[in-house]
Design a protein around this ligand. Structure first.
Ligand SMILES: NCc1[nH]cc(CCC(=O)O)c1CC(=O)O
Length: 309
């Protein structure tokens, strides 16, 4: 048993973040034949968790999930940071590198409070603060009302229970990681596409830390990594942020990625969808897909996108 941890991994403190950090630790220990004490988990409070009463887009976007962990990493207080890749900004500091993507979990969303989208009663209030989920839902069901709902998984389930909304969406991956595998109904990801990078746990380290990069490479899943790179490249090409309604789904087979994507107006009236197939690792194809989507998008859609690459 090492007297000192061999690697320190920072994580947010929410139950989901802690479950993900435990998964990262278990995979590292299995890959290197270590016992648990080799990996120290360092919980850090993120500003995104401190501010719960306003939509993320309003208070500063995805950066609020990584700001503190980025700082701890750059200052050398931790060697790696575990993240839900869905929550990580597209543009990252030069000093920070994505060292590993764990094998991706279920990419689907689950619907809680109704048996299907079609079965939601007319006029019901659906709780979501995600522009993608709101736009996708209103595209299919313009009769429904979207109400904001924030907080971690347990908080959102409690708010639903308390009647703050009639139904809500949660990522299957998050529910599964929390042991809530029987909650809600799974929405077929082909019909209800997830967010770019959903269901992927990533571990970042300092770009110049060769030792951490080597240790983390052992738990990198090449296929998941290539999908996340493609989906993040699509986001880059779209100039997408947490206020842009974007859905995307990758499927990988024999080293080729089929990437479907759709962008919406926030009220769901406009949906522009397209798809592309390319070799894993192709950096240009997702950008071309982004350009094709934006090229067909009216201003009601592009107004919610930033500067495309
Ligand atoms: N936005 C919060 C968030 N970030 C990642 C997940 C789920 C886990 C994942 O996608 O890896 C969730 C919860 C949710 O959307 O239900």
């Amino acid at each position: 048993m090492p007297a000192q941890p061999l690697i320190r991994l920072g994580t947010r403190r929410s139950p989901l973040a802690m479950a993900q950090a435990h998964e990262a630790r278990a995979r590292l220990c299995a890959a290197h034949g270590w016992d648990e004490s080799a990996v120290e988990l360092v919980p850090v409070v993120a500003s995104g968790d401190r501010i719960q009463d306003r939509p993320l887009a309003e208070i500063g976007g995805k950066a609020l999930w990584t700001r503190e962990l980025d700082q701890w990493l750059v200052e050398g207080r931790i060697d790696g940071a575990v993240h839900s890749m869905k929550d990580v900004e597209t543009l990252r500091p030069e000093a920070i590198a994505i060292a590993a993507i764990l094998p991706r979990a279920d990419k689907a969303d689950r619907l809680l409070g109704a048996g299907s989208i079609a079965a939601i009663p007319a006029g019901a209030r659906i709780g979501t603060s995600a522009p993608r989920r709101a736009a996708q839902l209103l595209h299919l069901r313009p009769d429904l009302t979207v109400v904001g709902i924030r907080g971690n998984v347990a908080t959102r389930m409690a708010k639903l229970e308390a009647g703050e909304a009639d139904a809500t969406f949660l990522a299957a991956a998050g529910l599964d990681r929390l042991g809530e595998d029987a909650v809600g109904v799974r929405l077929d990801p082909e019909a209800w596409m997830p967010a770019p990078a959903q269901a992927a746990i990533g571990i970042e380290c300092r770009s110049d830390d060769a030792r951490a990069r080597d240790l983390l490479r052992a738990i990198d899943d090449a296929e998941s990594h290539a999908e996340i790179a493609a989906e993040r490249r699509l986001l880059e090409g779209l100039g997408g942020s947490c206020s842009s309604p974007i859905a995307a789904l990758s499927r990988t087979s024999e080293g080729r990625i089929a990437l479907s994507a759709a962008i919406f107006s926030p009220d769901g009236t406009v949906r522009i969808g397209d798809e592309s197939e390319f070799a894993a690792g192709d950096d240009e194809a997702p950008l071309a897909l982004a350009r094709a989507l934006l090229g067909r998008a009216p201003s009601e859609v592009t107004a919610h996108f930033g500067q495309p690459l």
